[in-house]
Design a protein around this ligand. Structure first.
Ligand code: PLP
Length: 406
């Protein structure tokens, strides 16, 4: 199979001119722009979207926010905000390591998982060591590969109308010298999982100098086996975890890279030693200590997802079989028209991936939000949306490097 070499900028909906302006400035600082879900969602969000109004199910956020105990922990630590309290970072990583049976040296804390995701790709890919990803998949690693000067090889998901899992054999066949093979489990945007046996195959059969990057941003939401054992076995694997999804801390910022200490040392050349906000550390530690939190939230989000998927099916709409907080919805027309028509009703959905232009990603919100989504979606699908486009970002936001491309 010959795979296309992909330009992530062209497929991200982000203005090329503004990226290069920003990237040029960044390289002058020997740094790089980190692209996150927040930027990508903003890039496709209509300019009139008011973050305080309407229903926002376009950025895979968790509307539940931090759990009550984590909120209290943040309030309680605020008076100590004049201190760095760097020992708190060790407390959080040690707690996570002991809960997962890991060596604490294998766990490194970051302000979210976007940083270690970028640093891993920057470290292990280059001109002769491409990045291999699934398509449609999360674009952030592609962006980092672009900065590293590495090719991005996109491999279509296997069985796109069914399981939509990573096609691991095709991913391994894509390059004889991959720098990084990126496996997002569950996958963003489809919410679908890749079987454990396939992930084991990837780890066992990747070339010896290849790093397998397993992004478990959404892993708490599904029943699939976790991948931390590969790290315990000393494999060339880095696993990413974040508090942005199940724990509802996207705006608080906390995540982990889990890998062999020598791999973590290499990626941390790019960053990761700055002290973290003590509010984030307090909330993370408390969240990890809440023994029923993962199960409770998995049940809440899973319940709303199941109800929404069942309703969509009853209305004749196909979706990916998600086990996460997002899924792809087939609209049978250009997805961007549906996005624009829904936005006119203040229901913000998205994003859209070039590989599947008639599908739109939907984030699972609260039950009330999804009821409002259902009503609006039914109305939109009963109307002619031909030619509808959400207007681009004007004014101040147009200066932002990641602008909307209609
Ligand atoms: N990985 C995936 C697949 C994501 O979807 C996201 C955010 O949506 C991230 C990583 C990074 O999230 P954060 O930096 O908030 O931890």
């Amino acid at each position: 199979m010959t795979l296309p070499v992909v330009d992530p900028i062209a497929c991200s909906g982000i203005s090329r001119r503004n990226f290069f302006r920003f990237a040029a400035g960044a390289s002058a600082l020997a740094s790089m722009p980190i692209l996150t879900e927040a930027h990508l969602a903003l890039a496709q969000r209509p300019h009139f979207a008011d973050p305080n109004k309407g229903i926002h199910i376009d950025a895979n956020e968790n509307p539940l926010g931090p759990c009550p105990a984590a909120r209290q922990a943040m309030i309680d630590i605020v008076p100590r905000g004049g201190r760095y309290l760097m020992e708190m970072e060790d407390e959080v990583t040690s707690l996570f390591a002991s809960q997962e049976g890991l060596d604490p040296q294998s766990v490194m804390a970051f302000a979210g998982s976007s940083e270690p995701l970028h640093y891993t790709v920057l470290t292990f890919t280059d001109k002769s060591k491409p990045l291999v990803v699934a398509d449609p998949g999360y674009e952030a690693p592609m962006w980092a590969a672009k900065v590293a000067g590495a090719e991005v090889l996109k491999v279509p998901l296997a069985d796109p109308k069914g399981a939509a899992s990573h096609d691991i054999k095709a991913m391994l066949a894509a390059s004889s010298t991959p720098g990084v093979i990126y496996i997002c489990n569950p996958n963003n945007p489809t919410g679908t999982c890749t079987p454990r046996s396939d992930i084991e195959y990837a780890v066992a059969n990747a070339p010896k100098d290849t790093t397998v990057l397993i992004d478990e941003a959404y892993i708490h939401l599904c029943e699939q086996p976790r991948s931390l054992d590969f790290v315990k076995e000393g494999k060339n694997v880095i696993v990413l975890r974040t508090f942005s999804k199940l724990y509802g801390m996207a705006g608080i910022r906390m995540g982990f890279a889990v890998g062999r200490p020598d791999l973590l040392k290499q990626i941390s050349v790019h960053g990761g030693f700055n002290s973290l906000p003590i509010t984030a550390l307090a909330a993370a530690k408390t969240s990890l200590s809440e023994s029923t939190l993962v199960a409770e939230r998995k049940k809440i989000i899973g319940g709303v997802r199941t109800e929404t998927l069942a309703w969509l099916k009853s209305e004749g709409h196909a979706t990916t079989p998600s086990e996460s907080n997002c899924f792809m919805l087939e609209t049978g027309r250009p997805g961007k028209e549906v996005l624009a028509a829904m936005a006119a009703k203040e229901i913000y959905i998205g994003r859209i991936w070039p590989a599947w232009p008639t599908q739109v990603r939907i984030t699972v919100g609260t039950q009330d939000e999804m009821l409002a989504f259902r009503k609006a979606f039914k109305e939109v699908m009963a109307t002619n949306t031909a030619g509808l486009v959400a207007p681009p970002l004007p004014g101040r936001l147009a200066e932002f490097p990641f602008t909307h491309k209609s």
